[in-house]
Design a protein around this ligand. Structure first.
Ligand SMILES: NC(=O)c1ccc[n+]([C@@H]2O[C@H](COP(=O)([O-])OP(=O)(O)OC[C@H]3O[C@@H](n4cnc5c(N)ncnc54)[C@H](OP(=O)(O)O)[C@@H]3O)[C@@H](O)[C@H]2O)c1
Length: 276
């Protein structure tokens, strides 16, 4: 029995015979998603002739549907992921998770090593400060919470709903918190405004938000990429200090910076064009 949900946008063959022929011939690629690169990777590997399954942790209440198949929820650690790779006959794993999702990245490396599956990590380059930026780089969230400066306007906190806990101790700071879904666990702080919204956010929208709330400080993880970068521009233009949470150490193994580079690496590693 198929365990994956197939979305209407899948461009696979439409009749049963053609489908089973395709399934034998097409390499099955597992994309560890939850990022904009994950969606782009699903499209690129489908276009390259692969059968694509995108895996989500299930952290958000709603999510965009990727092309191809989707599955939701943890695998059950390294052994669960290794079993999944074997049972589902996965030819390649593409780790396109967020750069701060360090556990699943580590688990993917261990599980792929266990079953001998090729693995490519897509790690988008981090943001770097530009002229006019006032960045204060924090090693982790606890340090970031300590480093938030006291300013006239609120501190705009954009580190994710499950990561904001350490900031609750800062009773000398007002917060504006933007998350996709409400914070979990709830954020216990008396002077906080919550906004639930999903990016990407345009530069005009970020400028309007900074001006409307008179933002005094920004806290962000160094996610990199274009989808979340506009807030940094808005902060730079206004001379607003930014506390930037540094990334965990990068993964070992085959690491590429973009989805097209991942497809090129896959061609080299598993011979995509020969398989299709
Ligand atoms: N960390 C961030 O700041 C951030 C930001 C935006 C999006 N995301 C996305 O949110 C998801 C969770 O992030 P996280 O930082 O909580 O991860 P994490 O700490 O690295 O992983 C914790 C556990 O969540 C499960 N998991 C994570 N990603 C998964 C995936 N794509 N498919 C299936 N299971 C997954 C795994 O459970 P099992 O051990 O049971 O397999 C993993 O051990 C990731 O997919 C990531 O791309 C994270």
């Amino acid at each position: 029995m198929r365990r994956h949900r197939r979305h209407a946008a899948d461009h696979g063959a439409s009749n049963g015979a053609a489908q089973s022929r395709d399934r034998r011939a097409r390499p099955r690629v597992l994309i560890l998603g939850g990022s904009s690169d994950g969606f782009a990777a699903a499209e690129a590997f489908l276009a390259a002739g692969c059968e694509v399954i995108t895996s989500f942790a299930g952290r958000t209440e709603t999510r965009r549907a990727p092309v191809g198949f989707a599955r939701v929820g943890g695998f059950g650690g390294v052994s669960g992921l290794a079993a999944y790779l074997a049972v589902e006959d996965i030819a390649l794993v593409v780790d396109a998770t967020h750069p701060f999702a360090a556990i699943i990245t580590r688990n993917a490396a261990a599980a792929c090593a266990e079953v001998g599956a090729p693995l490519i990590h897509v790690v988008r380059p981090p943001w770097t400060p530009e002229p006019g930026d006032d960045w204060r780089v924090a090693a982790d969230l606890d340090s970031a919470a300590r480093m938030v400066p006291v300013t006239d306007g609120p501190c705009f906190l954009t580190v994710g709903r499950m990561k904001i806990g350490p900031f609750a101790t800062r009773r000398d700071v007002r917060f504006l918190i933007r998350t996709v879904d409400p914070p979990s666990p709830p954020f216990d702080h008396p002077d906080t405004l919550l906004i639930n919204d999903r990016g990407p956010f345009s530069l005009d929208a970020e400028r309007a938000l900074f001006d409307e709330h008179r933002i005094g400080c920004l806290v962000t993880a160094n996610s990199g990429g274009g989808a979340a970068a506009a807030k940094l521009v808005a902060a730079r233009e206004r001379g607003v200090p930014v506390v930037v949470v540094d990334r965990p150490p990068p993964p070992q193994g085959r690491v590429v910076a973009t989805v097209p580079e991942a497809v090129a690496a896959a061609e080299e590693m598993i011979g995509l064009s020969m398989a299709w």
